[in-house]
Design a protein around this ligand. Structure first.
Ligand SMILES: *Cc1c(COP(=O)(O)O)cnc(C)c1O
Length: 442
């Protein structure tokens, strides 16, 4: 969706200056927008025992994670660097969920060492945790990630969980609960995430219903009370103009009704509700700012920009991924239908195809919208195209560099060794003479 009116109003006065001062390309995030969404999230679930654990993979930057800390969020991590990032912003113990899959012993040890809430994805991982813990009783709270398997036809919006690599089938949950109890675990939660980028509340409400059903089963079979339910991430944002926005207050009301009804019926304590939302929290509050390098006419019309897929992978990776593109400074010029492309030697390196944009020339700035989640963090360095910088627009209008751009020597070549004499002095340019066979001869 085109960026919010507020973000647009805040970014317009600083855009050109930030581009000139820091150099393009960069992702720019809007602190005020992120903070407002954090507050709205908390508001939607107020009155319930609830906590959001921001999915660090969506935007792994301490400056942004600090904003979330101020709103009481915890962090959902799934790797050693993500655990370290959470530690780096002062999150510890139950502030951190560790939702990994295909987990290594080293990762389990780190999560136990940090007293994180561990989300177990498979009985094989539980067995490794048992090895690691021995009889120490160090872990007294555990979450079990569930995969409900093939869903009923009425649940088509849940996709096909039976083909997903995540989670424990319901038929193995009793066994998992019993093994965990032998380890000294006393407090249990269940996790399920089958929805991704959904714009309606139904898949999340259905997720809660499935988890409540499983909690009832577990109580009957083992006597264990499930104390918290983690609905994962997956709350979507409208990337295309005209798409509906997710009705968060409606989700809050629906979940509150379900939870209080379930608890009252069974005379049970209200389970705590957890989320690991990433995209919804930061997605709309970031833009990729990039400059036009070349205007090219081939079989199609192209605008080549100084960012590539290495800065934003979604359009190249998911054929259906759309990111809105605007050229605020070129408004009013006659429009053209163009493809906006980067410099990677891959034809999928396009930010948009068949876009109506004003006639653009070298140096014009383009904004690629909704890059605040799974944008920079999905970047890569294929073809020697390095990841760009990240800037944060503070509420007072100042723009802060919160991650520098990667550099060839410092970053890209840091893991390589060159023979020192070859790298130190570039050979002077000299005309190539002779025939091709002489030039390529050893
Ligand atoms: C990716 C992921 C999330 C975040 O998903 P969003 O779509 O960004 O909300 C949360 N939990 C888990 C386990 C994930 O893998």
């Amino acid at each position: 969706m085109p960026m919010s009116a507020g973000f647009s109003r805040r970014v317009t006065p600083v855009l050109r200056e930030a581009a000139e001062h820091f150099g393009t390309p960069f992702h720019l995030y809007d602190e005020q927008g992120i903070a407002a969404t954090c507050a709205r999230f908390n508001e939607a679930f107020s009155g319930l025992p609830y906590r959001e654990y921001f999915a660090v993979k969506a935007l792994p930057n301490p400056a942004v994670m600090e904003i979330m800390r101020r709103h009481g969020f915890g962090f959902d991590c799934s790797s050693l660097p993500e655990l370290a990032l959470a530690r780096g912003v002062g999150a510890s113990g139950a502030d951190v969920f560790f939702t990994s899959n295909n987990t290594s012993r080293e990762e389990l040890a780190a999560a136990v060492g940090q007293s994180a809430l561990i989300n177990i994805d498979d009985p094989a991982v539980l067995a490794k945790l048992a090895d690691h813990l021995g009889g120490s009783g160090l872990v007294d709270t555990l979450c079990l990630r569930v995969n409900p398997g093939a869903t009923e036809s009425s649940d088509q919006f849940l996709g096909s969980p039976q083909n997903a690599k995540f989670g424990i089938p319901p038929s193995r949950l009793t066994e998992a609960v019993n093994s965990a109890r032998e380890l000294g675990v006393r407090h249990f939660g269940l996790h399920m995430m089958v929805a991704s980028n959904v714009l309606t509340t139904a898949p999340l409400v259905r997720t809660l219903d499935i988890l409540l059903g499983l909690a009832t089963d577990i109580r009957e079979r083992t006597g264990v009370e499930i104390e918290f339910l983690n609905l994962g991430g997956g709350i979507g944002i409208p990337y295309r103009p005209g798409e509906q926005t997710f009705d968060l207050p409606a989700l809050g009301r629906a979940l509150r009704d379900r939870l209080t009804g379930w608890a009252a019926e069974r005379n049970a304590v209200l389970p705590r509700l957890c989320f690991e939302s990433g995209r919804y929290i930061t997605g709309p509050h970031g833009v990729l700012v990039t400059s036009v390098l070349n205007r090219m006419s081939k079989w199609r019309e192209y605008v080549g920009v100084d960012a590539s897929m290495s800065s934003l992978m979604r359009p190249g990776m998911y054929s259906s991924a759309y990111h809105h593109i605007t050229a605020p400074e070129a408004r009013g010029r006659p429009s053209r239908t163009v493809d906006v492309v980067g410099s990677l030697c891959e034809n999928s390196d396009k930010f948009g195809t068949d876009r109506e944009l004003p006639e653009l020339v070298e140096g014009d700035l383009l904004l690629v919208h909704d890059t605040g989640a799974h944008g920079h963090s999905m970047g890569f360095t294929y073809n020697g195209r390095l990841r760009p910088k990240e800037l944060l627009l503070r509420p007072d209008g100042t723009v802060e560099l919160i991650r520098r751009a990667e550099e060839q020597e410092l970053d890209h070549f840091a893991t390589l060794r060159f023979s020192p004499d070859r790298m130190s002095a570039p050979s002077p340019a000299r005309p190539v003479t002779g025939t091709l066979s002489e030039v390529t001869a050893p």
